[in-house]
Write a protein that binds this ligand. Structure first.
Ligand code: PAF
Length: 282
């Protein structure tokens, strides 16, 4: 595995691969890798000739400076994990490589970003779309891999790919969970013992909502919120029941339903979701 730090070196490498007819798989990350990331890398290695993994804590997608400062940065450990997982090139740029000049272009994804993460983290998806576009231009992948834990991010990137005609296949992989149900996340390593012990309640709340969905979205939401009320160390930021495609509260017949939440535990913000398949119409 090679580690590249400059945009020019990465572009030269991916150009060589393209000329040689290699299929390029790409896994964008912010590092502090866990099994969820590694499964994306393994899927990319199985379906492509070469795999690029980027590790870049993207400053423009953080609307909270403390969160950016505290985001775990463990590049040596990440590199060790990637070496064993089929990664061909680890791209680990400095901010200056990605942002030689401040960007001016603003993305607006309309209703898709007016809810959930977009509503609670102003500017977040503008930063995501900016960096993902830049990385797609540098890597020029045939396939790009994202985790469904960030359900709304996947929807936004799908729209980005469609609107800007990126010539790639977007692959979304299911959330990977710890044995107790907690969704794997780079932020989990910031949880103190007590918060870590409470964290599986988030998935349990989502499961309660999913069980109540046949009684309607309001009943589903109420069941999850009531469940979480018993755990005062969990501060719920939002819990939404939405159409899994449009992300809007109006559920379209036949569409899957996504139940998403964001919550704070001991100063750490976690998100999670479950998807319930759409029922066929009678
Ligand atoms: O999901 C993430 O880790 C980030 O949002 C991404 C896609 C790497 C862009 O910085």
């Amino acid at each position: 595995m090679e580690i590249l730090e400059t945009a020019a070196a990465l572009q030269a490498q991916t150009e060589t691969w393209r000329r040689a007819g290699h299929r390029i798989g790409f896994v964008p990350t912010m590092g502090a890798l866990h099994e969820g990331h590694l499964q994306l890398v393994k899927a990319a290695a199985a379906a492509n000739d070469v795999v690029v993994v980027s590790v870049f804590v993207n400053p423009t997608q953080f609307n909270n400076t403390e969160d950016f400062k505290l985001y775990p940065r463990v590049l040596d450990t990440d590199a060790e994990m990637l070496r064993a997982t089929g990664c061909t090139v680890l791209f680990a740029p400095t901010p200056e490589q990605i942002y030689p000049r401040p960007t001016v272009l603003q993305f607006d994804f309309g209703p898709l970003e007016r809810v959930m993460e977009g509503a609670h983290r102003p500017g977040h998806f503008n930063g995501v779309a900016t960096v993902v576009s830049k990385l797609f231009h540098l890597v020029r992948p045939h396939r790009a891999y994202f985790g469904q834990k960030d359900w709304q991010q996947v929807a936004i990137v799908r729209q980005l790919v469609q609107d800007l005609s990126f010539d790639l296949e977007l692959v979304a992989a299911p959330t990977v969970r710890e044995a107790d149900g907690l969704a794997m996340s780079s932020r989990n390593r910031r949880l103190a013992a007590e918060a870590r012990a409470s964290a599986p309640r988030l998935y349990q709340a989502l499961q309660r909502a999913a069980q109540q969905l046949s009684a309607g979205p309001a009943a589903a939401r109420a069941a999850a919120v009531a469940f979480l009320r018993d755990f005062p160390d969990i501060e719920l930021e939002y819990l939404e029941v939405a159409d899994a495609e449009t992300l809007q509260p109006e559920l379209q017949p036949g569409h899957a339903v996504v139940i998403c939440l964001a919550a704070w535990l001991g100063g750490v913000r976690l998100i999670d979701n479950v998807v319930v398949a759409g029922r066929k119409e009678a």
